[in-house]
Design a protein around this ligand. Structure first.
Ligand code: ADP
Ligand code: SF4
Ligand code: MG
Length: 285
């Protein structure tokens, strides 16, 4: 049975990097993987294919009524099938409808069965403040969602918003939460902060990915870390995370904080962070 997994997070937080490395690690382990970019930026799968851009499903559907799979897909690293849903013309139309149209086309073309996919990963932009970006977790497309977050407040805020959307749609067949993926983690408080947020909201932590120059270096070659630096520690971090995401069946409906509680909680961490900053400067770092 194919597992359909959504990966959310605020813009620029590392969704595409993390998702592509998970896809690459799963493919390297012998699984059949499809990655679908659901971000109007349409660069989700670039590092699986040497950095090239793909024609998007939405643009192709706009140009022709008879779109075939080969028009909108490319086979990337170790056979990962790469697709970009695309987005509306800026200023016109709804990104959510675009995602629906893209997934509709793939279902119509029987892609998930014919490709015999073990895993389909959806890389979704969103603070999920609107119904549009909630489409992948709302309409039975996926049954599980992860959220990529750093320890920054806006990233946690977006994670909390995803929890709200999950709480709204899970009772009627929407996705449940697989966990938080902590990304760009530096030594010090960030791990504890994310762990604390998880425990307060009844979420689990799927793993922590350190901030590493190996990621940027691999990206410059148009590659995932798994492909460009397979022997690195960072590659092993992604392999471990991929195995967790592939096997985890501990799905939950988290309890988001209301905005006031979230702000109070964040402020309570401010003191701890201040102390750490003071000890850093005292040590002359
Ligand atoms: P998103 O898809 O959420 O918009 P990206 O995956 O494109 O974000 O990542 C944004 C930038 O952050 C990229 O340049 C990427 O190389 C960098 N990045 C992401 N994760 C890490 C990490 N763990 N260490 C170092 N750089 C990272
Ligand atoms: Fe954009 Fe969301 Fe509105 Fe759709 S519902 S147009 S995705 S803001
Ligand atoms: Mg992205």
């Amino acid at each position: 049975r194919t597992k359909h997994i959504a990966i959310y997070g605020k813009g620029g937080i590392g969704k595409s990097t993390t998702t592509s490395n998970i896809s690459a690690a799963l493919a390297e382990a012998g699984h059949r993987v499809i990655q679908i970019g659901c971000d109007p930026k349409s660069d989700s799968t670039n590092t699986l294919r040497g950095g090239d851009y793909l024609p998007t499903v939405i643009d192709s559907l706009r140009d022709s009524a008879n779109v075939k799979l080969q028009d909108v897909s490319a086979v990337g690293f170790k056979g990962v099938l790469c697709i970009e849903a695309g987005g509306p013309v800026p200023g016109v139309g709804c990104a959510g409808r675009g995602i629906n149209a893209a997934v509709g086309l793939l279902q119509e073309l029987n892609v998930f069965e014919e490709y015999e996919a073990d895993y389909v990963l959806y890389d979704v932009l969103g603070d999920v403040v609107c119904g549009g970006f909630a489409v992948p977790i709302r309409d039975g497309i996926t049954d599980r969602a992860y959220v990529v977050s750093s320890s920054d407040f806006m990233a946690i805020y977006a994670a909390n918003n995803l929890f709200k959307a999950i709480g709204k749609y899970a009772p009627s067949g929407g996705a449940r939460l697989g966990g938080i993926i902590g990304n760009s983690i530096l030594p010090g408080y960030p791990e504890s902060l994310i762990t604390d947020f998880a425990s307060r909201t009844g979420a689990s932590v799927a793993g922590f990915v350190p901030r590493s120059p190996v990621v940027a270096q691999s990206e410059l070659y148009g590659k995932t870390v798994i492909e460009a630096n397979p022997g690195s520690e960072q590659a092993d971090v992604y392999r471990k995370l991929a195995a967790y995401v592939a096997e985890n069946e501990n799905l939950s409906v988290p309890s988001p904080l209301n905005v006031t509680d979230l702000r109070d909680w964040a402020r309570s961490w401010g003191d701890a962070i201040n102390q750490e900053a003071a000890s850093f400067s005292a040590a002359g770092r």
